[in-house]
Design a protein around this ligand. Structure first.
Ligand code: AMP
Ligand code: MN
Length: 218
């Protein structure tokens, strides 16, 4: 087990810790973008209320529910359907970086569940219609582009966005662990992503300069 990680049992033995459970739902697909770029896999993430990308899930209270039933409860609020998650879907547990807003440690538990393409479509439909959190805690479900386009877009651009907590590392780890992208493709995407990030900084600086210019005029 990598450093900083805990087994599920060690995590549960921590008295006074808070616990959060999140899941990556994914499916294989034969669909092709523009009829020629294989999409290969559908991975679901979400745009959260705080503008960050993350996985569905949330805080769970192990003194009142199991981690998995708590996660299922969170999923019914965020996705609008009951999705059973089992201990076998557990991938890892680790301490979240210390936060200024809370003195108690937060342990994040990560799960991965493979589904059929049609089940993933059903989750997407329910999340945008019956889910109580739609438009509130969850602004929308999104799919992760795993391919690379001619201009270097796709996975590299996606990885350069802003993520909650360790969601980016959880995504990268799961893509490797479940062979959803090759290590070579991922390395290339992450290297390109760092360059995209530098461009994003310039873009933000230009937007800020434009805004300051407008403010002077009005
Ligand atoms: P949520 O209710 O989904 O916002 O999650 C509960 C707590 O877990 C919040 O304090 C988040 O900051 C944190 N959190 C959410 N997703 C992740 C993640 N992927 N990795 C680490 N912490 C997370
Ligand atoms: Mn949540």
């Amino acid at each position: 087990m990598a450093s900083g990680q805990l087994s599920r049992a060690e995590a549960l033995a921590c008295s006074g810790c808070r616990h959060a459970c999140h899941v990556m739902l994914y499916a294989d697909t034969k669909a092709q973008l523009f009829g020629r770029i294989p999409i290969k896999h559908i991975i679901l993430m979400q745009m959260r209320f705080d503008g960050l990308l993350g996985f569905p899930g949330g805080l769970v209270n192990p003194s009142k529910e199991t981690l998995e039933s708590g996660l299922t409860r969170e999923l019914s609020e965020e996705l609008g359907l009951a999705l059973p998650i089992s201990v076998e879907d557990h991938v890892d547990s680790c301490f979240a970086p210390a936060s200024s807003s809370s003195s108690s440690h937060l342990i994040t538990h990560f799960y991965v569940k493979k589904m059929d393409e049609e089940q993933i479509r059903e989750v997407e439909r329910a999340a945008a219609s019956t889910a109580a959190d739609h438009g509130l805690e969850v602004l929308g479900m999104i799919r992760v582009p795993l391919y690379t386009t001619k201009g270097g877009g796709g996975l590299a651009s996606f990885l350069s966005h802003s993520f909650i907590g360790s969601a980016r590392s959880q995504l990268v780890d799961a893509m490797l662990r479940f062979n959803l992208v090759t290590p070579g493709e991922l390395h290339k995407a992450l290297t390109h992503s760092l360059k995209t990030h530098a461009h994003t900084k310039q873009d933000l600086e230009a937007a800020l300069a434009l805004m300051e210019e407008r403010r002077k005029r009005f």
